[in-house]
Design a protein around this ligand. Structure first.
Ligand code: FAD
Ligand code: NAP
Ligand code: MG
Length: 447
């Protein structure tokens, strides 16, 4: 029997399990699918943890999400076409849900398709290697299922890596950090904005984490937030108490000095400086090495490891699209594994990757990036029976969302979007995001 390993039970791993299960329900022999998840529950980043640093087993904590995290894009842009929000919640809900609501939705589909039975929890993959002679992968596993650490090896025909890439911080150092008399942390370790109430915060970075952590720190009471950008400011119309300054040069005591010659005293520093694709458990010849971008090289259709097509990576791209892209990838991965989607030869795969990379090199701005990832998802969806949805509508939603953010960075989460699956329009939230302090599911669903 063909054995298929899925590493990680976050949105990508769950999408893979779901895809295989759909085929099995159609009467296809899918072999044996086993998912290894090092945490004790599913959901990946959406499975909130208060922990920072090391987990209960001494491993680096996977979670990078924090309290009071609301979706930063409309939920209509990530809706599963085979499990709509209407189906899960029994009626329309607003377009920008907090974390717990999306966790409920993701795991709701996983419960419906009954895939928990395939997951070995508290089981970390320690090594992935490939034996040329047997053409099998060997996975070294450490498991705490019984409470104690137990090590074993299992062999597989195919491996799907779904371990995410927003968990290992990129941690730059600036002169003066060592003698700064306050806390310096990475966004990976940020949990509760209330910790910074009354403080003057310095944030480094100019992407989603910087934007969101700045806003919510201020929302939950920071006295001031200064965001220092390296290349270009985000340029949003920030509320009082937040502003952007040029790059940090050095820190002297608690005084931060910036490239324009100005300086400010700060109490804490949050490095919103992104993450590394860090997969030390995968043998070097199998290991994806890339920056965070929309088309990592070496992956046919963005998923199949061209140097060894029995190895598949899910969700390794930077993400406008999330859950729907993961689904589209998972269906392709499944059909490759099942032999329903024959792979072309190595040269043809390389040429396809090169063509996408050549196009990506011409992308100049955010609308171009949205179009690029839309066309990537469209290509994936043309290859399998993943149920269709109105992809052009989603593309337009992303463009509208970008404009909304430029209009009002504190108000964009109060807008409503139409579902590309059902047409349902999300109702306005009962409380505007800037005034809503409670991120719970019950509160969000109140009408
Ligand atoms: P993850 O969610 O990271 O899951 C990977 C899983 O693999 C984890 O459960 C982990 O424990 C497991 N794992 C890792 N290594 C091993 C190993 N060696 N052995 C066994 N198991 C392992 N997306 C949105 O759509 N909307 C948002 O609002 C949004 N907000 C975000 C906020 C933050 C702060 C971050 C960092 C990301 C956010 N994202 C958001 C993007 C996020 O990447 C995706 O939504 C999604 O979680 C990616 O799913 P994944 O399965 O690829 O990875
Ligand atoms: P990211 O998008 O990769 O951005 C990393 C940022 O770090 C960039 O702005 C980069 O600057 C900056 N940077 C890197 N090295 C630096 C250095 N040495 N000095 C100064 N700045 C440096 O990472 P991210 O913002 O953490 O986002 C990761 C993911 O999390 C995204 O998918 C995002 O959608 C998600 N997220 C979602 C939410 C939410 O609200 N739901 C919140 C946070 C994050 P340059 O721009 O100059 O290159
Ligand atoms: Mg930038």
């Amino acid at each position: 029997m063909t054995r298929i390993a899925v590493i990680g039970a976050g949105p990508c791993g769950l999408a893979a399990l779901h895809a295989f299960e759909q085929a099995r329900l159609d009467g296809v022999d899918v072999g044996e699918v086993v998912c290894f998840e090092k945490q004790s529950d599913w959901g990946g980043l959406w499975n909130y943890t208060w922990r920072t640093g090391l987990d209960e087993h001494g491993d680096p904590v996977h979670g990078s999400m924090y309290r009071y995290l609301w979706s930063n894009g409309p939920k209509e842009c990530l809706e599963f076409s085979d499990y709509t929000f209407d189906e899960h919640f029994g009626g329309p809900i607003p377009s920008f849900p907090p974390r717990e609501v999306l966790y409920d939705y993701i795991t709701g589909r996983a419960k419906k398709s009954n895939v928990r039975q395939f997951i070995a929890f508290d089981t970390a993959v320690r090594r992935v290697s490939f034996d040329d002679r047997t053409q099998m992968f060997s996975l070294a596993l450490e498991s705490w299922e019984t409470g104690e650490s137990a090590v074993r090896t299992e062999t597989f025909d195919y491996v799907l890596v779904a371990t995410g890439h927003f968990s290992t911080p990129n941690m730059p150092e600036y002169p003066g950090f060592a003698s700064f008399p306050g806390r310096i942390l990475h966004s990976h370790d940020f949990r509760d904005a209330v910790e910074f109430a009354g403080k003057n915060l310095l944030i480094l970075g100019s992407s989603y984490s910087a934007e969101d952590i700045a806003l919510q720190s201020r929302k939950y009471g920071a006295r001031s937030v200064t965001i220092a950008y390296r290349n270009a400011p985000m340029g949003f119309g920030w509320p009082d108490g937040i502003d952007e300054v040029p790059a940090l040069q050095h820190i002297a005591g608690r005084t931060a000095h910036f490239a324009d010659g100005t300086s400010r005293d700060v109490d804490a520093i949050i490095l919103c400086t992104g993450y590394q694709h860090h997969f030390p458990f995968i043998d070097p010849e199998l290991r994806l090495t890339t920056t965070n971008n929309l088309y990592p090289a070496g992956l046919y259709k963005g998923v199949v490891w061209t140097a060894n097509p029995k190895l598949i990576y899910l969700g390794m791209q930077d993400q406008f699209y999330t859950f729907t892209m993961f689904d589209a990838q998972a269906f392709v991965a499944r059909d490759v594994v099942l032999g329903r989607l024959p792979l072309p030869g190595a040269d043809a795969m390389a040429a396809d990757v090169d063509a996408w990379l050549a196009r990506y090199a011409t992308v100049e701005d955010v609308p171009g990036q949205i179009d690029f990832q839309t066309d990537y998802v469209r290509d994936l969806m043309s290859m399998t029976d993943y149920p269709g949805f109105d992809l052009d509508m989603v593309r337009q939603h992303f463009v509208t969302w970008e404009h909304d953010k430029e209009d009002t960075i504190t108000g964009y989460r109060d807008k409503s979007f139409a579902s590309p699956c059902t047409g349902t329009v999300g109702p306005s939230p009962h409380t505007t995001w800037w005034d809503e302090l409670d991120d719970g599911l019950a509160r969000f669903l109140q009408r």
